[in-house]
Design a protein around this ligand. Structure first.
Ligand code: SAH
Length: 325
């Protein structure tokens, strides 16, 4: 959304008590609770435009602190004017380009991110500027707390389909995907319309929406392999590989899972760590004679050089890896 430049709007924004001064933004990182004077959850909308959605959300949910982020002063000024008419203590605005969002919010500081009718940036070479791109998702990942989520609405089906394709490359999974939000009563019950949503749904365009949550951490750190990619991911790997043969129903496997993840992170520059579900990859399990699980193998240059059966203490496990790489 770009309005004609409004003379003096930058100055008016700089003076507004509802907009965080730009030179104070970095100081707020990690201190947003102090800005609001309470520990309530913080939800942000990136690219809020004139602020219709976030203003209404703040009115409906006084127990949540809202921050609206908008790049253009002329647009932001409209949101500020609404606050001047009827202020809300749980809402504040930031004028910035969201590219630097991780410099303004600390790790885990944000509970939810709303992206509403984000600019499509239709040219391929501008894909990284799209707010639901994998590059932006990585930034959101830094600032969202455990259990935090991203909600994205758009009428632009091309952008939406593209955004869904970004997900496998990111740390996020979709908990909800709908291509026609307004036809779903249960989802509409607490839907707050944005300005663009009113406009486009009024023209009869269906509204798409997704809700993302963080994938389980262990699945991100240790990549899953199966019979099809075992050769490429394990045997042809030029660094040593630890393979965790496991199954979802196996208690000791679950016990070892966080140990494996921690080591995957700690020893990331020395060994690649993958997990192989024996129920899905019977052929591989058979080839390496995996009869009981959890069973850990270290591969070097395509050969299994050591294996370790069953659960063990983190220290023993680490020592075994170090002795074999
Ligand atoms: N959310 C509103 C406005 C949608 S238009 C609604 O649904 O009605 C998209 C808005 O995002 C525009 O106002 C644009 O200026 C803003 N925007 C686009 N890219 C941005 C970025 N990188 N950082 C901050 N705001 C951005």
């Amino acid at each position: 959304m770009r309005l004609k430049n409004v003379p003096g709007c930058r100055e008016r924004i700089a003076e507004s008590e509802f907009v965080v001064p730009e030179d104070k933004l970095k100081e707020c990182k990690g201190h947003w609770s102090e800005v609001f004077g309470n520990d309530n959850d913080i939800h942000i909308e990136i690219g809020m435009g004139k602020g219709q959605f976030i203003y209404e959300m703040a009115a409906r949910n006084p127990g949540i602190n809202y921050i609206g982020v908008e790049k253009y002063s002329a647009v932001l000024l409209r949101a500020v004017q609404k606050m001047e008419e009827e202020p809300r203590d749980n809402l504040i605005f930031i004028r910035m380009d969201a590219e630097a969002i991780a410099e303004v919010f600390d790790e885990g500081e944000v509970g939810r991110i709303y992206l509403n009718f984000s600019d499509p940036w239709p040219k391929d070479r501008h894909a990284k500027r799209r707010l639901p791109s994998r590059e932006y998702l990585a930034r959101y990942d830094k600032i969202l707390k455990q259990g935090g989520r991203i909600e994205f609405k758009t009428d632009n089906r091309v952008l939406f389909d593209w955004a869904l394709e970004e997900l496998p490359e990111s740390a996020w999974k979709a908990d909800l995907v709908t291509f026609d939000l307004h036809s779903q009563e249960e989802l509409m019950a607490d839907n707050v319309m944005t300005e663009y949503e009113e406009k486009f749904s009024g023209l009869g365009k269906p509204i798409c929406k997704y809700i993302l949550t963080r994938k389980r951490k262990e699945l991100i750190m240790a990549q899953l392999v199966n019979t099809n990619d075992f050769e490429k991911e394990v045997l042809e790997c030029t660094t040593p590989v630890l393979v965790d043969f496991y199954a979802d129903w196996c208690g000791p496997c679950k016990m070892m899972s966080p140990v494996v993840d921690q080591l995957a992170e700690k020893l990331a520059d020395q060994i690649k760590v993958v997990k192989c579900n024996v129920d899905d990859s019977g052929a591989v399990a058979e080839k390496y004679n995996v009869m009981s699980i959890p069973n850990f193998f270290i591969f070097k240059d395509g050969k299994a050089v050591s294996s370790k059966l069953g659960a063990s203490s983190p220290a023993d496990f680490e020592q075994w890896i170090k002795e074999n790489i």
